[in-house]
Design a protein around this ligand. Structure first.
Ligand code: XMP
Length: 211
């Protein structure tokens, strides 16, 4: 749905299951995010198939963190498969990020939602935000588990760069709080795909965040 701000993190292995969940939730989503579990389990073609079946944008959450040439080799195949966005790490430096951005729309990780993010990533978030402001990606990832960090990221980030927040549901973050703190989109995985009725779970979150 064009006006939805909900992104489904489709972290299952199996192709059939992934397509079923995607189809039953599609009307409540802005986009579907695929990560390594699904790509390893079902192959890269899952991206093409998801797009055909749902008509939604696909975000490839590979968290690319390699040298520019390797990032380029990976990203070119993933964009070729139909991914609309790729998530890349910023901490590897601007040349590695630029290698992805030259090939397609990119989302840069500036902070992460798990407790360990406080060890190494959070101390350099300011510099990662500066990098994003300089390069102008589609968006950045900030943690819904720490709404104050979402607010901080939004306040430092140039207008026009989207803030996308995982960590809602099982990791403890609240969708409403993340959006109130300035997030443009929220990412939800287990709270939807582990639910007995993923369609209903997606609808509930969609309605909670006001579409
Ligand atoms: P759950 O099941 O916790 O899934 O709703 C969350 C999804 O988002 C990914 N994730 C992150 N990706 N930075 C990222 O770039 C983060 O801080 C982060 N936290 C969670 C996770 O891999 C899963 O696909």
């Amino acid at each position: 749905m064009g006006n939805s701000r909900l992104i489904l993190a489709l972290d299952v292995y199996e192709l059939k299951k992934a397509l079923e969940i995607a189809e039953s939730t599609a009307e409540y989503l802005w986009a579907v995010k695929v990560n390594w579990p699904l790509i390893i389990g079902s192959g890269l073609e899952i991206i093409t198939e998801l797009k055909e079946r749902t008509g939604l944008p696909v975000i490839a959450d590979l968290k690319l963190a390699d040298i520019p040439n390797t990032n380029r080799l990976i990203a070119s195949k993933v964009f070729e498969a139909g991914a609309d966005y790729i998530i890349a790490h910023g901490f590897v430096g601007r040349d590695s990020v630029k290698a992805v951005m030259e090939l397609g729309k990119t989302i840069i990780v500036v902070e992460m939602s798990h407790p360990g993010a406080e060890e190494f990533i959070q101390p350099v978030t300011d510099r990662l935000i500066e990098l994003a402001n300089e390069l102008g990606p589609f968006g950045v990832i900030a943690p819904a588990t720490r709404p104050e960090r979402v607010r901080y990221t939004r306040s430092k980030l140039m207008p026009g760069i989207k803030v996308i927040t995982p960590g809602v549901g099982v990791q403890g973050g609240s969708a409403r709080e993340a959006l109130n703190a300035g997030a443009d989109y929220i990412i939800v995985g287990r709270a939807i795909y582990e639910s007995e009725n993923p369609g209903k779970a997606a609808k509930r979150i969609y309605e909670e965040i006001g579409g």
